[in-house]
Design a protein around this ligand. Structure first.
Ligand code: AFP
Length: 334
């Protein structure tokens, strides 16, 4: 395996570049990686081990939970709660913050995650993923919800694992974005996509067109202009993709550009968007910006938002910088 950099080597070498690093963060990251390898194995086995289908329950979002939603959540919690690196956790699948059991030491980080994003795809064998975000926490305390409700700019790390034809991990600690492919033969993630950068221009958009009647005028205008192609004001044709799995959309955008929109939806004022800020929008925004892209609600930079709730939803527009800036300009024009 000459000159193939493993994720473990990459993390340790990055740690060396941080003079005050204690190594705690590197160990935490390795525990997350181990959990994602277990999830990858289960997702790949599917009905061979009876993990597909509905769990017959709903999560705090009122969404029907798949068996794998619950199983993957338990894998993440069980992989992290004993490590002594965390003061607490938050998950899409759990209503309240997840405290560290008394028998384990508490650490200085908070982990927030969507253990199986895109899970409505799992029963039809389409791409799903795990998204995670790491924040620092006050030490030696039982964290309150307020400790979690921090702006996305305060994240120390964000990443996701895409369980697709390959299992890919994408990671940022604020020093660029790197992609790793899981080598199933040796069970190690290998650095295959160093220093990922998003093209500033694109001719590809991702949006769920079935919601069109609920969009605000700026989004209607943007999509309509794309659909007019070379005869319209954009004077070029656009392609469309919709995978219904944020991790897959973001990975595609990181590799070939594009713009993803899950915009403000006029159906339900209580749900201004579908994506959750703490464990979907913020980690993806950190990654996208570190790769040279942009991430907005349409009206403000996602990473600057002060969250008001762990499961708060936000409108999301992310990807190639010039397209995101155009969409924001349309919103500001009203
Ligand atoms: P699920 O995890 O419930 O499948 O939702 C996935 C997701 O949050 C995000 O990954 C997709 O981009 C988006 O929802 C798809 O939403 P629609 O199903 O409304 O198209």
């Amino acid at each position: 395996m000459a000159n193939k950099v493993t994720l473990t080597q990459f993390i340790i070498e990055q740690q060396r570049g941080l003079p005050d690093a204690s190594g705690t963060f590197s160990l935490l990251l390795n525990n997350i990686v181990t959990a994602c390898k277990k999830i990858s194995h289960l997702v790949n086995r599917g009905n061979l081990v009876g993990v597909l289908g509905s769990a017959g329950s709903e999560n705090v979002q009122g969404e029907v939970q798949k068996k794998l939603d619950i199983i993957t959540n338990d894998i993440m919690v069980d992989a992290l709660n004993w490590t002594g690196h965390l003061a607490g956790m938050a998950s899409e699948e759990v209503d309240d913050i997840i405290t560290i059991p008394e028998q384990y030491p508490k650490g200085k980080y908070l982990a927030l995650f969507d253990p199986l994003d895109g899970s409505s795809n799992i029963d039809v064998n389409l791409a799903v993923g795990t998204i995670f975000s790491i924040l620092r926490c006050r030490e030696g305390v039982d964290p309150a919800p307020e400790d979690f409700l921090r702006k996305g700019v305060e994240q120390v790390c964000a990443g996701f694992v895409l369980y697709g034809p390959s299992t890919m991990m994408v990671l940022t600690t604020g020093h660029g974005v790197n992609g790793f492919t899981l080598d199933q033969d040796i069970g190690e993630f290998i650095l295959t996509h160093p220093n990922m950068k998003i093209p500033e221009e694109t001719s590809e958009f991702a949006i769920n067109m079935s919601n069109q009647r609920f969009w605000e005028p700026p989004v209607q205008r943007y999509i309509d202009e794309c659909l007019q192609g070379t005869e319209g004001p954009r004077e070029k044709n656009f392609n469309m993709r919709w995978i219904a799995s944020l991790v897959a959309e973001v990975y595609r955008i990181l590799t070939r550009g594009g713009v993803f929109l899950y915009p403000l939806d006029l159906r339900d004022p209580a749900k201004p968007g579908k994506l959750r800020i703490m464990y979907e929008a913020n980690p993806m925004a950190f990654i996208i910006e570190q790769a040279g892209g942009a991430c907005s609600t349409g009206r403000e930079r996602v990473l600057d938002i002060k969250p008001t709730g762990i499961h708060q939803r936000v409108p999301l527009v992310l990807g190639s910088k010039n397209e995101v800036e155009r969409i924001v300009a349309y919103h500001l024009e009203g």
